[in-house]
Design a protein around this ligand. Structure first.
Ligand code: DSN
Length: 424
């Protein structure tokens, strides 16, 4: 029995080590992930992860929170400054939790909201299957122009006047371009409803000034997870106009969060400091890299989505791969040569296509964090071309990926350059 425990320990450690080895020698292109610096990671394992701090700064329900208050106060100040926001709440423990809280703050059960459908890029939590459903909301989808990958505002205005949505949800999981915040804010003001923008994917690009700032464009509430293009741990924030501050705060606590995981709060605060210092350079390079990857793939004959608008303005690239077997086959084929990305529904797919959708989605935020630039984007596009269009040899191409990755082992845009994949 005793030795079984040792075996289990070894098995667990071994699985994590092999995971690290795999990622160290791979090109991770999942658009919702990123790496954290040791400055950020250090706080995960601090004593803060053992403690509770329910309530607001200075108004806690437990003793022992003096220094936790100091950390949270700092996080709030940094967040408001980074996004130029009147109010911030830094307690949601994930993006979905932030969205549930926002729906609780802005709506009553059985009211309607408008959102992007999942094939058009909407996140599941904007839909009835998740957060919107938990609040008991009815969801109408924006009419969407596939060619330009944008919401059709005229048709939306017509539907909105008929259905009277209480919230217009913007922001998405597939987000190539800025979205019509100003236009929807005008319709919302006519109907006395609100605009909520889920900035999870582009939070770091906004902080770095390389993507639309929805707060400045008129959104009432902005939610966002802090670990995609932002440098933080898996966690989330909510920004809002001042007049919604109490509604947002009450919806978070006691609404949907009790304790709010204070180790990742400190880690988030560290990430906000990094963003303030390095965010601009990082965000600009991330968008340049995404554009270069999209253009390179297009020049090699791939059907890159969003051609009419220059393919992308974010960290993401989407490719329609129907002609070469569909998203399932392509994603698996690339995984065998250590390129990790996800299959993705595209706007013309219905939900029956979830298993083998039309597309793949890529994000360059992580490979940018390890210092890759435009030249590497061209190289990655060529490897994908060899693999997917020329049926290139698996072993040879995997070695090319590993060689490329071996040149980028350290984390950039941080106070000290450091090994990106160590694990102890
Ligand atoms: N579903 C994740 C994505 O966009 O990858 C976010 O939760």
């Amino acid at each position: 029995m005793g030795s079984d425990f040792y075996e289990m320990r070894a098995k667990l450690e071994n699985a994590v080590l092999r995971h690290h080895d795999f990622y160290r020698s791979s090109l991770p292109l999942i658009a919702s992930e990123n790496l954290t610096s040791s400055f950020v990671r250090r706080f995960y394992s601090s004593d803060l992860g053992h403690r509770y701090a329910e309530g607001k700064v200075g108004k806690r329900f437990y003793q022992g929170c003096e220094f936790i208050d100091e950390i949270e106060e700092m996080a709030l100040k940094l967040t408001k400054k980074l996004f130029n926001a009147e109010h911030a709440n830094v307690q949601p423990i994930s993006g979905v939790v932030a969205n549930i809280a926002a729906f609780f703050a802005l709506t009553k059960p059985s009211e309607r909201v408008m959102a992007l459908s999942v094939p058009c890029g909407g996140h599941i939590s904007h839909d009835r299957i998740s957060a919107a459903g938990i609040r008991g909301l009815e969801v109408d989808y924006y009419p969407f122009n596939y060619e330009n990958m944008e919401i059709d505002i005229d048709k939306t205005a017509k539907i909105a006047r008929e259905k009277n949505p209480r919230v217009f949800v913007l922001g998405s999981s597939l987000i190539l371009f800025s979205q019509p915040v100003k236009e929807l804010a005008e319709i919302a003001s006519e109907l006395d409803s609100k605009v909520m923008y889920d900035a999870s994917h582009v939070l770091g690009l906004i902080a770095g000034g390389a993507f639309q700032n929805p707060i400045q464009e008129g959104a009432d509430v902005v939610t966002g997870s802090t670990h995609k293009t932002f440098f933080g741990p898996q966690r989330a924030i909510i920004l809002s106009k001042k007049e919604l501050a109490d509604r947002v705060d009450d919806a978070v606590f006691p609404g949907v969060v009790s304790n709010h995981h204070l180790n990742t709060l400190a880690a988030y605060t560290a990430a906000a400091i990094e963003m303030m210092r390095f965010g601009k350079d990082y965000a600009e390079q991330t968008v340049k890299n995404a554009k270069k990857l999209a253009e390179s793939l297009y020049n090699l004959g791939f059907n890159v989505v969003g051609e009419s608008r220059g393919f992308t303005e974010s960290h993401q690239v989407a490719v329609d791969v129907r002609k070469i077997g569909g998203g399932e086959k392509v994603a698996k084929s690339l995984e065998r040569i250590n390129i990790i990305l996800n299959k993705n529904l595209l706007p013309w797919d219905d939900l029956s296509k979830t298993i083998n959708p039309s597309g793949i989605r890529m994000g360059v935020q992580e490979i940018t964090r390890v210092g890759m630039k435009e030249g590497e984007m061209e190289e990655i596009a060529k490897i994908m071309y060899e693999r997917l269009m020329k049926n290139g040899n698996e072993r040879v191409l995997r070695e090319r990926v590993m060689e490329l990755k071996s040149r980028f082992r350290t984390l950039k845009y941080t106070f000290e350059e450091e090994e990106a994949y160590t694990w102890v």
